[in-house]
Design a protein around this ligand. Structure first.
Ligand code: M6R
Length: 366
């Protein structure tokens, strides 16, 4: 059932070109400019006219929500707030009719996310689910929603569910932006084509596996890791750090790269591995300076860069190249080597990769 892979996690990492394609099925046909989301019909006008979107989720799903925040604000010009479901539900949040809530959950059973939705519903918000498990509690409590169709995810560390969530959320945002007219036809069409190409780019990113494994061997005994990214890659940094913590039990922190100066920079010495997600996008020049700052303090830098980058490889200790795409879609590609890095480090440390200690696949208690 592991399809020849040693662990479910690795199998699920490798399934991503297919799971993303499955997510497109019946929804996206880029050449015809076609994008349909059967799951949101009755409330599609409510979504287009929303004054505000609130996203609730936990863990990796919350990271997908953070990427969605940037995408919705950029393309749809709708203000977005992303909340930990556990915090939202207990702080008497301001929610009113006309607000749209997205609840993101692989399992569809996360207790805090479910409770946050019930609360928003009771105050008149429209709640839309982005779930993987069909018929799950969250999918039933939502007014409407879009399934991620990534197939069963067995490894406790979420991988293919994350990229499928990003796919669905991107499709929703593009649909809304097109209908609202906040994204010009030409650009809309171009991004649809880029999106349809993501499975190929993810497949290409998977080819870094052997190289990532070698890097993993060099850092498997590190006691701490720092992950830094900016813009669309900031949530990717958080996700990379979470993956490492969960399965290898190495302490890792993800930060927006510019925040480094406000504290974490004090941690940097020649022992500290720092993973930069530094693909070519609108924050490229800024992240290059952040890399310089870390190198000046002798940190060991591993950089995820775009194919053909000729600057960063000369500055850092290790580079991993991934294919380029529209910056809003980059998280789907850039996250792949980070999944592999945590996987290989965990295997080398002999931990239980699929069932890490103290963790459950769905957290059904608060
Ligand atoms: O099933 P959900 O997406 O609601 O689960 C949320 C988190 O519990 C989950 O993403 C957790 O953080 C994962 N183990 C991350 O890999």
């Amino acid at each position: 059932e592991k399809g020849g892979f040693e662990h479910f996690m690795l199998k699920e990492i490798y399934e991503q070109p297919k799971s993303i394609k499955d997510c497109f099925r019946g929804r996206l046909k880029a050449n015809d400019g076609k994008l349909v989301l059967g799951g949101i019909r009755e409330y599609s006008n409510a979504l287009i006219n929303a004054e505000r979107i609130v996203i609730v989720a936990c863990g990796t799903s919350w990271h997908a929500g953070l990427v969605a925040e940037y995408i919705f604000e950029e393309f749809c010009r709708i203000p977005v707030e992303v909340e930990y479901a556990s915090e939202f539900r207990y702080r008497n949040p301001v929610i009113k009719e006309g607000d749209i809530m997205f609840a993101i959950s692989q399992s569809g059973e996360t207790a805090d996310t479910l409770a946050a939705m019930e609360l928003a519903k009771s105050k008149g918000a429209v709640v839309l689910g982005v779930c993987n498990v069909v018929g799950s509690s969250i999918s039933r409590v939502s007014h409407e929603g879009v399934y991620t169709h990534a197939g069963p995810e067995i490894g406790v560390a979420s991988t293919k569910a994350f990229t499928a969530q990003l796919t669905v959320l991107t499709m929703i945002a593009l649909r809304v932006a097109h209908r609202k007219g906040t994204l010009a036809e030409q650009r809309y069409r171009e991004i649809l084509v880029d999106l349809e190409n993501i499975p190929n780019k993810v497949a290409k990113a998977l080819e870094t596996d052997k190289q990532v494994e070698k890097i993993a061997a060099l850092f498997k005994d590190a006691r701490n890791f720092l992950y830094l990214g900016r813009g669309y890659n900031f949530p990717v940094a958080l996700e990379g750090a979470l993956k490492l913590k969960e399965i290898s039990y190495i302490h890792a922190e993800g930060y927006p790269a510019a925040e480094m100066k406000h504290g974490p920079i004090a941690l940097i010495d020649e022992e500290m591995p720092v993973v930069f997600i530094a693909t070519r996008d609108s924050s490229y020049d800024k992240i290059v300076s952040n890399i310089q700052e870390v190198k000046a303090r002798k940190g060991k830098v591993i950089a995820i860069v775009s194919e053909g980058d000729s600057l960063i490889p000369g500055m850092v200790d290790h580079t991993i190249e991934v294919p380029g795409t529209h910056e809003a879609l980059m998280p789907m590609v850039a996250t792949i080597p980070l999944q592999l890095l945590s996987y290989h480090i965990a295997v080398m440390r002999g931990t239980n990769v699929d069932q890490p200690r103290n963790l459950a696949k769905s957290v059904t208690v608060e």
